[in-house]
Design a protein around this ligand. Structure first.
Ligand code: ATP
Ligand code: MG
Length: 428
């Protein structure tokens, strides 16, 4: 029969990899807890309107990348392409922003219908944080500092932090008019995609990779000259704080970000090690978003990091991470009913003490079972055969030391002396 395969761009995470992911996720959760962030889990599907209204109708995500379908009741549903909108929706829905500030973190799958390639998938994972209720720029600096800290802790060097201010929505509106006028004067030189963006989302032209368009972009007016005094001060203060914290950054006046809800601060951590997929982490301030989604005006800032790209970078950095699963005790038997019963009872006693214990089911020669025991990474094999059953004992065979094998009395409860003898034989 024809095999059913996974959906293109959606990957299995196999056991040999999952330890690595768990390690990184635990580390990140702890890193942001240090700053007061708490986990939030929202559904992976939302009403389509949520993303249209927040991310914006004229963005790449909403225009071309969303997994949208009608459910059986006829409602338009979308698999989340990102998680900021859901966090804000949840916060408003549960009244979490009433006279309170919130710091959320999340990790989980996101869905975008893009052309799959290395570092770009249709189901991918983001780890992200949202700080809602603070107008900044102090929290902006703290959030960026936090990202710098955990990236460094993960041992990632050679990442560049790019920073920009994209002003407020009204400042951008005026800028947009000037930008459109400029590009219209250079219409012939623009690529087709950029021509289309000229009417829908002209700031996104900055993301074009077409050389002729890039040349035109170079001379386009800068947003900076359209910023109000207040916006300018916000950015200056942020830069000052980052300087004080000794965080290196590059101000990139062309950094705009692909989602409509951003305002003022935007930033990205970039790498030159992953080809075209150079953004590892991206974020920014979204002061209008809570109101846009039906809440009271409330400022916010957040970031999202691509887990696949992060883990790829970690692998390239060649650090050894000890996160592989390993059994600690491997139980070998003669496969008789009695031996299996004894093995099960003994294993439960070990598990009561937090010891990873694997019983060899399915029989086989002792030789082949010991081979498995060795491969399992266990520090000891516990042997139960005819002799042990008759003597009411269990033979303990150290697998990683020269020590001779010895017998334990089998009892309803593991006594402390036997337990500490066993623990001493387990690899640290
Ligand atoms: P790109 O320019 O690479 O398409 P983006 O601006 O669309 O990125 P964001 O929406 O800002 O990305 O998402 C934040 C992060 O999530 C990105 O920096 C990236 O690390 C990761 N990411 C985004 N889309 C994908 C994808 N399709 N596959 C894997 N990771 C992704
Ligand atoms: Mg994208």
């Amino acid at each position: 029969m024809e095999k059913i395969q996974s959906i293109r761009g959606m990957n299995d995470l196999l056991p040999e990899q999952s330890g690595y992911w768990q390690f990184v996720e635990r580390m990140l959760a702890r890193a942001v807890e240090l700053y007061g962030y708490q986990e939030i889990r929202t559904p992976i599907a939302e009403h389509t309107a949520l993303f249209k209204r927040s991310i914006g109708e004229d963005t790449d995500i909403v225009e071309k990348e969303m997994y949208t379908f009608d459910d059986k009741g006829g409602d338009s549903i979308t698999l989340r392409p990102e998680n900021t909108a859901s966090c804000i929706r949840a916060g408003i829905e549960h009244g979490l922003f009433h006279h309170q500030k919130q710091k959320f973190w999340y990790v989980g799958p996101m869905f975008r219908h893009e052309r799959p390639q290395k570092g770009r998938y249709r189901q991918f994972h983001q780890f992200g944080c949202e700080a809602i209720g603070w107008p900044g720029p102090d929290i902006d600096a703290e959030l960026i500092q936090m990202t710098a800290r955990f990236l460094a802790k993960l041992g990632l060097k050679n990442l560049t932090l790019e920073l920009n201010s994209i002003g407020t929505a009204s400042e951008r509106k005026i800028y947009r008019q000037h930008l459109v006028a400029y590009f219209e004067n250079h219409l012939a030189g623009l690529d087709e995609d950029s021509k289309r963006r000229l009417t829908t989302n002209p700031l996104r032209i900055f993301d074009s990779k077409v050389p002729a368009t890039r040349t035109i972009i170079k001379k386009a007016p800068h947003l900076e000259s359209f910023l109000s005094e207040e916006s300018r001060l916000h950015f200056q203060r942020l830069c000052q704080l980052l300087d004080d914290l000794k965080i290196d950054y590059v101000v990139n006046p062309r950094l705009v970000r692909g989602l409509d809800y951003y305002s003022l601060t935007v930033f990205e951590w970039l790498t030159d090690q992953l080809g075209a997929q150079n953004a590892v982490l991206a974020g920014g301030r979204y002061d209008g978003l809570v109101e846009q989604l039906g809440g009271k005006p409330t400022p916010g800032i957040g970031f999202a990091m691509g887990m696949e790209r992060l883990i790829e970078l970690l692998k390239l950095s060649n650090q050894s991470v000890n996160c592989e699963y390993s059994a600690q005790v491997y139980v070998v038997t003669d496969n008789s009913e009695q031996a299996i019963m004894r093995a099960t009872l003994f294993s439960e006693q070990l598990r009561d003490h937090d010891i990873n214990t694997v019983i060899h089911f399915g029989g086989g020669s002792f030789k082949s079972q010991f081979k498995r025991a060795d491969q399992s990474g266990a520090g000891i094999a516990a042997v139960i055969g005819v002799v042990e059953l008759a003597a009411n004992q269990i033979t303990i065979k150290p697998l990683r030391s020269e020590q001779e094998q010895f017998q334990l009395e089998f009892d309803q409860k593991l006594d402390n002396e036997s337990l500490s003898t066993l623990l001493n034989l387990l690899p640290q």
